[in-house]
Design a protein around this ligand. Sequence first.
Ligand code: DOR
Ligand code: ZN
Length: 355
Amino acid sequence: MALNSPAQKLIIRQPDDWHVHLRDGSILEAVLSATSRVFGRAIVMPNLQPPITSVEAAKSYRERILSSLSSGADFTPLMTVFLKDGLSPDVIKQGWHEGVFTAAKLYPAHSTTNSSDGVSDLIAIDSLLETMENIDMPLLIHGEVNDPHVDIFDREEVFIERHLAPLLSRHPGLRVVLEHITTEQAVQFVEANAGKLAATITPHHLHINRNAMFLGGIRSDFYCLPVAKRERHRLALRKAATSGKKCFFLGTDSAPHTRAAKESACGCAGIFNAPNALESYAEVFDEEGALDRLEAFASVNGPSFYGLPLNKKTVTLIRQTNIVPLVFELLNKENEKLVPFHAGETLQWKLEENN
Ligand code: DOR
Ligand code: ZN
């Protein structure tokens, strides 16, 4: 990492995104371009419709991603398998040993977008988790209970108490990533169990608290799952992300939904932050006086946890006015649009082109 003083320019090892939704079909190419412009690798979420539950499906999705890359782009999609009730441990083993699956994703059924086929009973998939523990394959968790009686703002905390703590006790050797954490309870739990347990943190949960969803009216652009929480949780997340601790790393959870899907009567959960993800994180690290720790969070802690080599290239961020466009055109035949995170705002950092 090279940092001059006062920092006008920041050169860091190329980052990876340890949690992204690239989708499929007519939106894949445009969405992928926003991620591959900066990240070397990304953990690709399997919650397509239908979800990725076989080795063959993951291989063919990986092919579609690779063939959608613009020429010259150097980007590696790391595939995941969607855990569902009754999935055979043989699928997990085969996908892992063939180098197709980098991890498996656990969505409690009905906890979020496209998760209706998720796991309804964690105990019932214990043999899958045991297989993963034995082969040392990471488990990625959407950590929210799906119990409608639990207040939506408490669902992460309750998941940790009811499900995650017992799961870690049952499988002490399992590597687990608690994805997109949103609470100070999650920060503390991850710190207390660091080693086998780590967490990703999104740019949006570092920038917004729950007020953003209701600023002057209902703001679907800021609705995601887990939902943003109170200010004190945002501050705990900022402290964790910028701490340099190995158990916290970058995962954008960039989750595109078209304008129309966000604006419908039952708007979809998800924030599309890929077009300015690194710049958005840099802003937070700058505000926290921690630019010297951005590289650990963005480019070192993730691969170290996954046991993968660090990227060799570097990327350069310049301190420069960066006005985020109001819309991101998908340029598909349906002429659909996305609203990017920070739309209309001015960021202070910009990725230097042709890195
Ligand atoms: O906000 C979210 N959107 N959270 C998730 O867990 C899923 C994601 C999506 O797929 O849209
Ligand atoms: Zn996600």
